[in-house]
Design a protein around this ligand. Structure first.
Ligand SMILES: [Zn+2]
Length: 218
């Protein structure tokens, strides 16, 4: 049985693959949907498809699968020198780009507090009684002073009693839509997509072509 460790022996090849056309899902509930648009609409689905391919390829036991984080999956996928299916190549590419796509490119929106640095993360409030609250305006750069000013701002305008521990800051990566594995905030996906569209200067209606251009240009 091949374990993920075995992949270390293989030559690590730097992936230079960039899809030259939009790849569509062939079957199942998303048949006919494109992979780039699903990066925004259902990233969890793409992650699971990707993990499934790697689990089969490396014969990973359920126990081994449990220990593997998404970055481990990406690492062993990139190290695999055998033949990869179109679906495998596309998933590896988009998930890899998605996880490393911080909004620091020129043209991305600037922090509303310092007016200098690009927006780096978004905030959400995890309130014991009111639950999760996400607002597309809750965006800020990585500077601590800006994050503090943001909190003061929200405290000032909020009617709810908030305290510091309820604020969470998260980086811009598609996986942030799900915040963590235990809390899958499916209800928040449309709001999060709006948030991502705003910070990356994308239209709210993300077509396959717009999503493809977004992930392949960099
Ligand atoms: Zn700032």
């Amino acid at each position: 049985m091949a374990k993920p460790k075995a992949s270390k022996k293989e030559k690590l090849v730097k992936s230079t693959y960039v899809p030259d056309k939009i790849c569509y899902i062939q079957s199942g509930k998303y048949a006919g949907k494109s992979i780039p648009e699903l990066m925004f609409a259902d990233y969890r689905f793409l992650q699971n498809e990707f993990k499934l391919i790697i689990n089969r390829l490396f014969n990973l036991s359920p126990n081994e699968q449990k220990k593997m984080r998404l970055d481990h999956y990406l690492k062993i996928s990139k190290s695999y020198t055998g033949n990869k299916s179109e679906l495998h190549k596309n998933l590896e590419f988009y998930i890899g780009r998605g996880e490393n796509n911080t909004p620091d490119k020129p043209g991305r929106i600037i922090c509303p507090y310092c007016h200098k640095r690009p927006v780096h993360c978004f905030a959400f409030i995890n309130h014991r009684s009111y639950g999760i609250y996400i607002n597309p305006d809750y965006i800020v750069c990585e500077d601590k002073a800006c994050k503090d000013r943001f909190k003061i701002d929200v405290f000032r305008y909020s009617q709810k009693c908030l305290d510091d521990r309820m604020f969470k800051f998260s980086m811009f990566a598609p996986s942030s839509i799900y915040l963590d594995d235990k809390n899958y905030f499916r209800d928040y996906v449309p709001k999060m997509t709006k948030l991502f569209a705003k910070v990356y200067n994308l239209p709210e209606q993300i077509t396959p072509q717009i999503a493809y251009n977004f992930f392949t240009s960099s």
